[in-house]
Design a protein around this ligand. Structure first.
Ligand SMILES: [Zn+2]
Length: 487
C-alpha cells in the first residue's frame, strides 16, 4: 500500500471516530464507548476506564478468522492512535486484512536491538453462536465480567497495549528505547496474512530486540494469584495426514482392505500412544518452581519425575493430573478430522484422518513419524506431513534484563507470587519473532482462573473487569520500568 493510501485510510478512520454526530456504527466502525457505560466506578475516568471502552468496541468489530477481516479493527486502532497525535500506519496483508504499527521514539540514538515491541493480534477464533448465552460480539457486562469473543484472546491484551502506549504518549514519557505498537492479523490462522508475511514485507517497521505478547498467564486459584507463567518458548505445530487406501466396492460384499477399517485401527493405536518424556530447560525450571505450590502428594511426584527408580511412574501420575503438564513434557498427537465415504452403500477407496501434532521445540517430526509407522504397522496406511509445518524457534533468554524485570514486577504486583518460565503448548506470534532474534516473552497480564481460561477458544469467553484493570496497571508498570528513563 502506498503512503497516500495509508494517510487517507487513517484520516478516514479518525474522522469517523471524532465526528460525534456521525453515525459511525453504520459504517462498521463503532465509536468509542463512553467509559461510564462500562463501569460504575466512582473514580475519575482513568485510561483504564477508557481502555475497557476500547475493548468493547474491538469486540463489536467481528474479526472471526476465517476470514479475519481485520481491516476494520485495524482502522479503529489506528484512528485511536491518530487522535492522540501518534502516527499509525496500516500494513496491507491482502483484501480486507491489515496490521497496524506505530512507534514512540526514544530520546537517545535509535537502536533497534534495544527497542521494545508490544504485540497483540486483531483476529479471533470463530464462535458457535447458539452455545453462547450472550451476543459474542456485544461486549456486554454482566456480574463484573465483560463477555465477548476476544475478551481475553487477544483483544483484551490489544486494549491493554493501547492503554500503555497512549499513556506513554500522553505523559510525554522520556523513553530510553523506542516502544513500538504492533497489532497483527491472522494469528489464529497462521496463514498468508500472519506475522510471517508481516516480517517478510515490513520487518524494518517493527524490528526490535524485545517483545511482550500473549502466551503466558497470571494463573489464579481459589481467588488468589497462584503463579505467573512467563512464556519464553512454545511448542511447534505439525499436521500429519493418515491415509488408508484400498479397493472401492459394493458395501453388500465387504472386503478385508476396506480403508475405513484400516484407518480406524490406525487411529485407535495412535490414540493410545504416549511419546517419550523430554524435559526442556524451561519446563524443568517450571516444574521445580511449581512443586512447592501444589499439595504434598502431587509435589512429591513432580519432584520424583527425574529419579531413576520412580521417574517413570511419577511422570505418569503427573501427566494424568493435568493435560497441560502432560503436553509440556512430551510431543502430543490429537486426531482432529476424519473423512471417508461417498455413499452409505459404497466402500470407499480412501479414508483420511488429520493428526494435529505438537512437538517440543527441538524434537524431530521424522523421529515421531518413524515411531508412529512402527506402531501402526499396516502397509495400507501411510502418514504424510502436511504443508505449513511450524518451525522451532530458540527459546527466549531467561537471563535477559527484560525477563528478570517482568518476573520482578509481576511478582511484586501480585503479593510476592512466584514468577516462572513457561513453555506454552499453544502457538503465538512470538515463535516467528524469536526466529528473528527478538527476546519475546508472553504474559497476558490479567489474573485469570482456570474457569476463565478454558473459555478462551470456547463459549462465553469473558474477562473479569477487575482483572482487566489490574492487567492494564501491571503492563503499564512493566513497560514503564523497562523503557522510561527516571530522573
Ligand atoms: Zn491469541
Amino acid at each position: 500500500m502506498n503512503w497516500n493510501g495509508v494517510v487517507q485510510v487513517i484520516a478516514g478512520a479518525a474522522v469517523l471516530l471524532m465526528a460525534g454526530s456521525f453515525p459511525a456504527a453504520s459504517q462498521g466502525i463503532p465509536q468509542p464507548t463512553p467509559a461510564s457505560a462500562v463501569s460504575a466506578s466512582p473514580e475519575p475516568a482513568s485510561i483504564t476506564r477508557e481502555a475497557s471502552g476500547w475493548l468493547v468496541d474491538l469486540i463489536k468489530i467481528n474479526t472471526s478468522n476465517p476470514p479475519g477481516n481485520e481491516q476494520l479493527a485495524a482502522m479503529y486502532v489506528s484512528g485511536l492512535l491518530q487522535k492522540e497525535g501518534i502516527k499509525a500506519e496500516l500494513l496491507d496483508l491482502g483484501p480486507g486484512r491489515s496490521a497496524v504499527v506505530a512507534r514512540l521514539r526514544s530520546s537517545v540514538v535509535p537502536d533497534p536491538s534495544k527497542a521494545l515491541l508490544l504485540v497483540a493480534h486483531l483476529d479471533v477464533v470463530p464462535v458457535d453462536k447458539a452455545r453462547w448465552t450472550v451476543d459474542p460480539f456485544s461486549g456486554v457486562v454482566r456480574d463484573g465480567y465483560m463477555y465477548g469473543r476476544g475478551a481475553i484472546d487477544d483483544k483484551g491484551m490489544l486494549a491493554a497495549n493501547l492503554a500503555v502506549f497512549i499513556h506513554l504518549k500522553r505523559t510525554n514519557a522520556h523513553l530510553n528505547r523506542d516502544v513500538i505498537f504492533l497489532a497483527t492479523a491472522d494469528e489464529e490462522g497462521s496463514g498468508d496474512a500472519s506475522i510471517r508475511t508481516l516480517i517478510a514485507k515490513y520487518w524494518d517497521k517493527f524490528a526490535a530486540g524485545f517483545a511482550i505478547n500473549e502466551g503466558g498467564n497470571v494463573f489464579m486459584k481459589n481467588g488468589k494469584v497462584q503463579y505467573i507463567g512467563v512464556q519464553a518458548s512454545e511448542k511447534v505445530a505439525v499436521n500429519v495426514a493418515v491415509i488408508a487406501r484400498g479397493a472401492s466396492g459394493h458395501a453388500s460384499q465387504p472386503t478385508k482392505d476396506n480403508p475405513v477399517v484400516h484407518l480406524a485401527a490406525a487411529i485407535a493405536k495412535i490414540g493410545t500412544y504416549s511419546a517419550p518424556v523430554h524435559f526442556t530447560a524451561i519446563v524443568r525450571r517450571y516444574f521445580e518452581g511449581i512443586a512447592p505450590l501444589e499439595d504434598d502428594e502431587i509435589a512429591k511426584w513432580i519432584r520424583s519425575m527425574d529419579t531413576p527408580d520412580r521417574g517413570e511412574h511419577a511422570q505418569r501420575v503427573v501427566s494424568d493430573a493435568s493435560p497441560l503438564w502432560n503436553a509440556m513434557m512430551r510431543d502430543t498427537i490429537a486426531p482432529t478430522v476424519l473423512s471417508a465415504g461417498v455413499a452409505n452403500n459404497v466402500i470407499p477407496a480412501e479414508a483420511r484422518a488429520n493428526l494435529n501434532i505438537r512437538l517440543l521445540p527441538g524434537d524431530s517430526i521424522t523421529t515421531l513419524m518413524n515411531d508412529l509407522n512402527k506402531l501402526v504397522n499396516d502397509p495400507a496406511v501411510r502418514l504424510e506431513i502436511q504443508p505449513n509445518a511450524g518451525l522451532a524457534a530458540p527459546p527466549s533468554s531467561l537471563e535477559s534484563d527484560f525477563y528478570n524485570l517482568i518476573c520482578r514486577v509481576a511478582s511484586r504486583e501480585f503479593g510476592g507470587a512466584l514468577a516462572l518460565p513457561f513453555q506454552s503448548t499453544w502457538l503465538t506470534d512470538s515463535a516467528q519473532l524469536r526466529l528473528h532474534n527478538v527476546q519475546a516473552y508472553g504474559l497476558v497480564p490479567f489474573p485469570l482462573s482456570d474457569e476463565d481460561l478454558k473459555r478462551m477458544h470456547g463459549d462465553d469467553e469473558r474477562i473479569p473487569l477487575a482483572s482487566f484493570d489490574k492487567g492494564v496497571d501491571l503492563l503499564t508498570k512493566i513497560v514503564t520500568e523497562f523503557a522510561v528513563t527516571r530522573y
